[in-house]
Design a protein around this ligand. Sequence first.
Ligand SMILES: C[S@@+](CC[C@H](N)C(=O)[O-])C[C@H]1O[C@@H](n2cnc3c(N)ncnc32)[C@H](O)[C@@H]1O
Length: 254
Amino acid sequence: MSEINQQPSTKNNQPSTNWFASWFDTKYYHILYKDRDYKEAQTFMDNLTHYLNLPEEAKILDLACGKGRHSVYLNSLGYDVTGADLSENSIKEASKFENEKLHFKVHDMRDVCDSKYDAIFNLFTSFGYFENDADNLTTLKAIKHSLTEYGFACIDFMNVDYVIDNLVPEEVKTVENIDFHIKRYVKDNHIFKEIDFEDNGEKFHFTEKVQALRLTDFEKMMEEADIYLLDIFGNYKLQPFYKNQSERLIMIFK
Ligand SMILES: C[S@@+](CC[C@H](N)C(=O)[O-])C[C@H]1O[C@@H](n2cnc3c(N)ncnc32)[C@H](O)[C@@H]1O
């Protein structure tokens, strides 16, 4: 049996590439999550654009867009959309949908964009990955700087308290004949997901590690980034946020 494939390691056994740069760029990430709920994503985009009252010609940035499921739908509503993600493979896939008002680019969310947007969306827990806390703040500041004067941003994060209360410690998910053995646990204020599987006789191991950021953490960072938090919702229907019951922590800011 071959060695286990995972994030590349340095001599000190420290990952030389961040987990988010490698795992999200593999085909296995997309296989494991292939049953993502498009309908729910679309309902969320309908509700969010309606709530923000975005004009028809609005320019939207889908920051950490993955393969562009939200971008494509937002463009179908008539908006001028740019999807940006660190994963080259995801952007390559998403680019197949490009048109005059839909573009994709490889971009690190910590960097300020070269254009300004009327709305910037960071969706489906695409935050809290960095080893260094300062990078969270850098990302928030980059979002703020990439907004137009009257622009709004939205971060759609997990509700950590709900996730911890409902954590499934172990499960096996079979997708496209691959058995993904998944372990979940909380350690050092992060939520970990260890993913083990075998494909064509090769063993793979990946780790997802997301910072357990609560509303109070975001409030502190936003204050530091001189960001104004306007509204908070607890699910994709944009119903109120309740710390112990809501599935999502959806923050609207400018
Ligand atoms: C949980 S996925 C969500 C993808 C997409 N928003 C969706 O809902 O399908 C997180 C995404 O964040 C991207 N990502 C991770 N770190 C990033 C960074 N520093 N800059 C830009 N994108 C990043 C990953 O490549 C991945 O596509």
